[in-house]
Design a protein around this ligand. Structure first.
Ligand SMILES: C[S@@+](CC[C@H](N)C(=O)[O-])C[C@H]1O[C@@H](n2cnc3c(N)ncnc32)[C@H](O)[C@@H]1O
Length: 242
């Protein structure tokens, strides 16, 4: 993977180079990619399909969806019914789901473990935070969601988990998602994370998955909401899940 950076962003690029050099980041599948740190924008470019990944919460693809969203057409209104809830998104990714939840008035904490995805997301958040639309209720931590949840004293009304494409052979919906799949490895502590989340959440946890997949967690969900393509399995708080 090629990395280019101007002086402003040298600390980011040096961090990624350090991780690669010390075998802490597998970039073997990213030969055709360039990570570009120029001025205020950080993007990942795939030379093969010329696909640029630049997360931009102020882009029309985001803002149009937010403008059009209402209680009838946005499934998250059915799932996250409390007003102004405190939500933990254990799988930040490109921040799309978190951004929708934030736009509905919730406070959202995103956790993302992949360093490259984190840098892209952090950069998007920094640009968003200086815009007039930010209310500082969207935040990001880099690391493993299990470790974060285990150590935090914060209470969360909802905990949201979207592993979606792990192991999936689905044709994914966009080039961005295809890239996200290459970037992020399968996570093998899913059950531990879900058990801890059921124990610690105040209200319920929400697990997003493909409709035709079996529920991700062995324990029976309290209920499930289906859309045309997806399923959202809900688990209410229980202190006795071991
Ligand atoms: C399917 S994507 C999430 C997409 C996201 N919902 C969105 O709207 O863009 C899953 C993301 O979760 C991250 N992830 C997986 N396991 C994690 C964990 N234990 N802690 C933190 N991040 C994790 C992956 O690196 C990947 O970026």
């Amino acid at each position: 993977m090629k990395i280019t950076a101007d002086n402003v962003n040298k600390h980011y690029s040096n961090y990624i180079k350090y991780l690669i050099k010390n075998n802490k980041l597998d970039t073997s599948l990213l030969c055709s990619y360039e990570l570009s740190f120029i001025k205020t924008k950080i993007k990942l470019v795939n030379a093969n399909n010329k696909n640029n990944i630049l997360i931009d919460f102020l882009d029309k693809s985001f803002t149009n969806r937010i403008k059009k969203m209402n209680r009838k057409n946005e499934i998250f209104y059915k799932i996250f019914k409390k007003n102004k809830a405190n939500i933990l998104d254990c799988t930040g990714g490109f921040g799309k789901d978190s951004f929708i939840l934030h736009s509905m008035g919730h406070s959202v904490t995103m956790i993302e473990k992949n360093p490259i995805v984190t840098i892209l997301l952090k950069n998007a958040l920094e640009r968003f935070k200086i815009s007039k639309f930010s209310n500082n209720k969207l935040s990001l931590f880099h690391g493993d969601a299990y470790d974060y949840l285990y150590n935090t004293d914060q209470d969360f009304d909802y905990i949201y988990i979207d592993f979606m494409f792990d192991k999936s052979k689905e044709k994914l919906s966009s080039k961005n998602i295809e890239t996200l799949k290459i970037l992020t490895n399968n996570y093998n502590k899913k059950d531990e994370l879900i058990r801890l989340a059921i124990n610690k959440v105040k209200d319920r946890i929400v697990i997003k998955n493909y409709k035709k997949n079996l529920p991700l967690y062995v324990g029976k969900s309290d209920y499930t909401i289906f859309t045309k393509l997806l399923r959202y399995d809900m688990y209410l708080n229980r202190q006795d899940v071991k």
